[in-house]
Structure formats: structure tokens, C-alpha cells
Design a protein around this ligand. Structure first.
Ligand code: SF4
Length: 375
């Protein structure tokens, strides 16, 4: 039974310009009704879960919840789920929505990991992204978190922001390292349709940095962070030894998980399902004790193999060739050319992206699928 639980909190103070995640503006009465529904869904799903190894509260902006709402959700978890002896409980937090009292409440409820959406330490870049916080506010939030005794925190950064330079990216990365987080995620900015940033780019009001510069930012992050002792364990993720994110590692290993909340995904017994993203519908259905699934699809044969490949290749450790063989996939023929070209390499039982392959991982994965005859 799944030992990994994701909880979605779809509220933010204000929508960032690049964001296409499921989130709506904070509304106290809606948040209250949502929290009640969430607890009800957790109870409805409790028998599907094994002893929990991880809980990940993501969003949206989970740290926007009041202490009362946090208590309600975590009391519900404590009363209805069992936890394995050592477990990871992460909450995503945004600067500007945390203070000492809220952090102390989270700690008292068992939260032992925070993931902080800093994105940049450059105010002009934060403004371009439409974030609500400044660099100083991010620094203050992290200081408060550290003073509360949390060592296991992660900082999210974004590169490829319009107007960002090599120099400002280097300053952001080194400022992040100076704060001694246990974990750093470094994502390339993607421009999703139906976002204000996309429209600004389409109308040429904003210009994305050129591709070579973006690649060099990624290269720099790998070199700099690994030189500072962070292990590059997934395409976009770096951790000090023993601080890899266990929850996300389960996704990349194609493990099962339960999702709760509007828009949340689950993967159980070969079926991937997703709750409705309509928050009011979600609340109404749950009141009637119906799990409001928008879709549920069984992942069979070829699709399962494709998932196995593209998820496991995200990890720098790569794909276990023994596991691939057990799935009936013979990678040797198709990989030969990619290995000769220097995009893939074999280490022990694992096939992994080389440094040259990492920067164009999507193209390599497509070539693998084509070589294996997977559509
Ligand atoms: S804080 Fe995160 S979820 Fe909320 S609008 Fe910004 S990017 Fe989207």
C-alpha cells in the first residue's frame, strides 16, 4: 500500500506571472470549507495507505494556512494514519507567509522539512516573476526558519528569467549556498500558455534569455553546487548527503502515492487518477463522501515502460538495467549509439544520462522511445 501522501493547498496571496499551477486567491471562508473537506477526504482514503514514510504538503502556498487550519489537517493525519519510524513531513513555504509562531506550530505538529520558494535573490527578477516577496524578505524568512531549529530546509531557485544575467544567477546561487540549506532545487523557467508571462513574451514586451545562456546557467549550478558538497541527484535537484527529498524520489522511482485535495494526483495499483481542480465542486462532492475524481487511467504496457524510463532517467543514478530487463525492455541495442555519442553512460547496473546528455534530457528520452518503438 502507498506510503507516500501528497496534500494540495490551492491558495496563494496573488498569482505569479508565470504560474499555471492550481491556485486561487486566499479567501478565509473558502479555505475553512476546503480544510474541512480535505480532512474528510483523508479519512475516506486512510485505508488505502500503508505506514506513511512521507507527507508532502504542496500548493499553491501551504504556508498561507492559519495555525488553526494546520492543526486541523495534522490532527486528522495523526488520528487516522500510521507513520513509519522515520518519516519525512515537508511543507512548502513562501517568504512573506511565514513567521516564528507559524513555524513553531508546524514544528510542534511534526513537520520536519520546509521547502522555501525563494526563486531569486534579485529584486528585479522577483518582480518580473510577479512574486510577492523581496530578496530581503526571503532572507528574513530563512533566518526565522533557521532560528527555529530547522536544518532540513530546501531553497527553490529559477534560472532563465527574462532580464537575468550570468552574473545575477551566480550571485543568487552563491547567496543560497551561504544560507546552508540542506537541499536546493534549481528549475529552468518554462513559459506556459495562458499565463501573463507568456502573453508578455508573445507581444515582445518581455524577452526570454537566449538558449545558450540558459544552458550555461544550468551548467554553472551543477559545477558550483557540487563543488560546495551538494549531490546532484536529479536533473533539477541537489542535496547534502542524507538530505535527498524522499517524497520526490518516490515519484521518480515510479512508486505509488496517494493524493488529497483539489487537483491532486494519485498513483495506486497501476491507476493514475486526478481529483477535480474545481475547488467548490471538490468541497461539495466530498461533503457527499464522493471522491471527486476528474479522471482515472490504468497505465498499461508501453505507457508503463515509458514512465519507467523517463522518470528513472531524471535521477542521476539512472535506470536499473536489471529492473528494465524484468519489465521486458532490452535497452542495449538502442543505447549503443547514444553511449557512443556521449549522451548516456553505464555505471554498474545503471544506465544514466552523461553530463552532456543531462542538458538535453528531453531530446535523449525521445530518441530512446523511438529506438524502442514506443510511440
Ligand atoms: S506562489 Fe507558487 S503556486 Fe502560488 S502563484 Fe506563485 S508560483 Fe503559483
Amino acid at each position: 500500500m502507498p506510503a507516500f501522501l501528497y496534500i494540495h493547498i490551492p491558495f496563494c496571496i496573488k498569482k505569479c506571472l508565470y504560474c499555471d499551477f492550481l491556485s486561487v486567491p486566499y479567501d478565509e471562508s473558502l479555505v475553512k470549507a476546503y480544510t474541512d473537506a480535505l480532512c474528510k477526504e483523508l479519512i475516506l482514503k486512510k485505508n488505502d495507505a500503508g505506514d506513511l514514510k512521507t507527507v508532502y504538503v504542496g500548493g499553491g502556498t501551504p504556508s498561507i494556512l492559519s495555525e488553526k487550519c494546520f492543526r486541523e489537517v495534522f490532527e486528522c493525519l495523526k488520528n487516522n494514519f500510521k507513520f513509519s519510524d522515520s518519516h519525512e513531513i515537508t511543507v512548502e513555504a513562501n517568504p512573506g507567509t511565514v513567521d516564528k509562531s507559524k513555524i513553531d506550530t508546524m514544528l510542534s505538529l511534526g513537520v520536519n522539512r520546509l521547502s522555501i520558494g525563494v526563486q531569486s535573490f534579485n529584486d528585479a527578477e522577483l518582480k518580473t516573476l510577479g512574486r510577492i516577496h523581496t530578496s530581503d524578505e526571503a532572507l528574513k524568512a530563512i533566518e526565522t526558519i533557521k532560528n527555529s531549529g530547522i536544518d532540513n530546509f530546501s531553497i527553490d531557485l529559477i534560472y532563465g528569467i527574462p532580464g537575468q544575467t550570468d552574473d545575477s544567477w551566480r550571485k543568487t546561487v552563491s547567496r543560497a549556498v551561504e544560507l546552508s540549506p540542506a537541499h536546493i532545487s534549481s528549475y529552468e523557467l518554462t513559459t506556459e500558455k495562458d499565463t501573463p508571462l507568456y502573453r508578455l513574451i508573445q507581444s515582445s514586451e518581455v524577452k526570454m534569455p537566449d538558449e545558450d545562456m540558459v544552458l550555461s546557467m544550468y551548467d554553472y549550478a551543477i559545477d558550483y553546487l557540487t563543488s560546495k558538497g551538494y549531490e546532484h541527484y536529479e536533473i533539477s535537484n541537489f542535496a547534502l548527503p542524507q538530505f535527498r527529498c524522499l517524497h520526490n524520489l518516490n515519484y521518480w522511482s515510479r512508486g505509488e502515492y496517494i493524493g488529497a485535495g483539489a487537483g491532486a494526483h494519485s498513483f495506486i495499483r497501476g491507476f493514475r487518477s486526478q481529483n477535480t481542480g474545481d475547488i467548490r465542486k471538490y468541497i461539495e462532492e466530498i461533503k457527499k463522501e464522493i471522491i471527486p475524481e476528474a479522471e482515472s487511467v490504468e497505465i498499461k504496457c508501453e505507457d508503463a515502460i515509458k514512465e519507467f524510463i523517463f522518470l528513472n532517467l531524471r535521477k542521476t543514478e539512472g535506470i536499473s538495467l536489471l529492473k528494465a530487463e524484468a519489465l521486458g525492455v532490452d535497452m542495449s541495442g538502442v543505447c549503443r549509439g547514444l553511449i557512443e555519442d556521449g549522451y548516456l553512460e553505464i555505471k554498474g547496473d545503471y544506465l544514466r544520462l552523461s553530463r552532456k546528455g543531462l542538458v538535453i534530457s528531453n531530446a535523449i528520452i525521445i530518441r530512446l522511445f523511438e529506438g524502442l518503438g514506443l510511440d
